[in-house]
Write a protein of this length. Structure first.
Length: 244
C-alpha cells in the first residue's frame, strides 16, 4: 500500500503542476483538467487492457507492447531499489536509500527462507512418509502376485499378474524418481546455502531448488492414485475438498 500510495502521490503532484501550467496559458480550470486527462488517456494506452489480465493472451499482448513481466520475486525486487524508485521515495520523504536497501535484503532473505523451509518439508514428507508407504503397498502387491500362482491356472495367472506387475513397475519408477529428485534438491539447496550474496542466493534458490518441487510433486501425485487409500499417510485432494 505504501508503494501504491507513493505512486499516486507522485502522479497527483505531476497532474497538479500540468494543470497549473495549462491555466497559466489562459485556459479555464475545467478545460485545463480536461486537456491533461485527455493526454493521460492517450499516454496510458499501452498499459490498459480490457480482457483477462491473468490469461496467456495478455502475457503475449504485454510483451508485444513492451511491458515488463517479472513473474518471480528475484526478478521483481531489483525494481524496488532502482535509482528511479529511490528518487521517488526520497522525494516524498517516504523512505531513504538506506531504508529501501535494507528492505530489499529483508525481502530476499524472506524469499530464500520460505523456499528453504518448503524444500526441507517436501524432502521429509517424500522420504519419511510417501516412499515407505509406496514400498509397503508395492511389497503387498508382490506377495499377492506370488500367491496368485498357487491358486490360479497358468493362463489366468498370466493375465492377472501382468496387470499387477505393470502396477509394481510403475510404482518402482515413481519411487526411484522421487528419491532421485529429493537428492538433486538437497544438493541444490546445499550449493545455494554457501552463496553469501542475497541476490545471487535468491536466484540460485529460484533456478536450482524451486524447479525440483514440481518434479517431486508430480511423481507423488501419481503414487497417490496408485497406492491403497487406507495406507496413504496424507489427506488426498478429494478429502481436502470434501470433508466427510
Amino acid at each position: 500500500m505504501f508503494v501504491l500510495n507513493t505512486i499516486v502521490a507522485e502522479q497527483m503532484s505531476i497532474f497538479d503542476s500540468e494543470v497549473a501550467g495549462e491555466i497559466k496559458k489562459g485556459l479555464p480550470k475545467d478545460a485545463a483538467i480536461f486537456n491533461v486527462v485527455k493526454k493521460y488517456i492517450k499516454a496510458s494506452k499501452n498499459i490498459r487492457f480490457e480482457g483477462n489480465s491473468y490469461s496467456a493472451e495478455w502475457l503475449k499482448e504485454a510483451e508485444k507492447r513492451g511491458l515488463s513481466n517479472n513473474s518471480n520475486t528475484p526478478a521483481a525486487l531489483p525494481s524496488f531499489i532502482s535509482d528511479k524508485t529511490i528518487d521517488l521515495f526520497e522525494k516524498h520523504n517516504v523512505m531513504s536509500r538506506v531504508e529501501l536497501l535494507a528492505r530489499y535484503d529483508i525481502k530476499l532473505e524472506k524469499y530464500i527462507k520460505k523456499i528453504q523451509i518448503e524444500a526441507r518439508v517436501l524432502g521429509d514428507l517424500a522420504i519419511n512418509h510417501i516412499l515407505p508407504t509406496a514400498i509397503q503397498y508395492q511389497n503387498r502387491l508382490i506377495e499377492n502376485t506370488k500367491g496368485l500362482q498357487d491358486v490360479l491356472d497358468s493362463k489366468t495367472y498370466v493375465q492377472l499378474s501382468r496387470s499387477q506387475l505393470n502396477t509394481i513397475k510403475e510404482i518402482s519408477n515413481h519411487i526411484a524418481s522421487i528419491k532421485e529428485g529429493v537428492e538433486i534438491m538437497v544438493k541444490a539447496r546445499k550449493k545455494a546455502n554457501v552463496v553469501t550474496d542475497y541476490t545471487q542466493k535468491a536466484v540460485a534458490y529460484r533456478d536450482e531448488v524451486l524447479p525440483c518441487f514440481a518434479d517431486i510433486r508430480g511423481h507423488v501425485d501419481k503414487l497417490e492414485l496408485l497406492v491403497d487409500d487406507n495406507l496413504w499417510p496424507l489427506p488426498k485432494y478429494r478429502e481436502l475438498l470434501f470433508i466427510k
